[in-house]
Design a protein around this ligand. Sequence first.
Ligand SMILES: [Zn+2]
Length: 251
Amino acid sequence: MVMKINGTSALSSNVNRTRDNNGHINGNGHAFKIWEDTDIIGDDHIATNIETPMRADAFLLDDERKVEIIEQHFNKIMNVLGLDLTDDSLKGTPRRVAKMFVNEIFYGLNPENKPSMSVFDNKFKYGQMLVEKNINLNSTCEHHFLPIFGKAHVAYVSSGTVIGLSKINRIVDYFSRRPQVQERLTVQISEELKKVLKTEDVAIIIEAKHMCVSSRGIQDESSTTVTAEYSGIFKNEKTKDEFLTYVGMKL
Ligand SMILES: [Zn+2]
């Protein structure tokens, strides 16, 4: 399991580190001292909680009103940047972005949008692991609001309950469509699958590229981030190895 979900210890280990003037943390001593803990959390992509941090009043406004308000704010951002919003090409952008936020890339914030899950009895008595690999994943980094994209590989061993294969894709998509941290996304999908499938025997690996790493900051084009969560029988090395072999990640 690759996890950094412990804000306190991660923070304290970073306190003496420095960062360069692009905000990158480094240890060479030639950079500015770090300013704020929130900066460290952001640039180190540390998740602080398994639940997506939401306010209690998150859904008092309906989607239509949210689009209106975000449109107004995004209009202001573009104005501050000096863009001419009377230009034909730009004038529709604030509304387009607002609708995209609410209806597409962040639809997974709203529990009402959670995919409904019909489960079936495992009539075939298939008792081996089922692997669905290369599930397309599109998410957004919550620290920079830039895309995270990659693949998820999921496996489970049925305890008597099965779900349609496309439902696994829908669960991956639902939790991806939020401002996310990859570690949290991995755990959220795993927890949901365990709940729906009524078993602990679930494994998930996510391999993804982060635009905030490739297009800004350190500008590393080639790296990918891998996170994994193994539960139940998948903690057993032999079972884990079998899964890794199926998804082509066995070293
Ligand atoms: Zn980021």
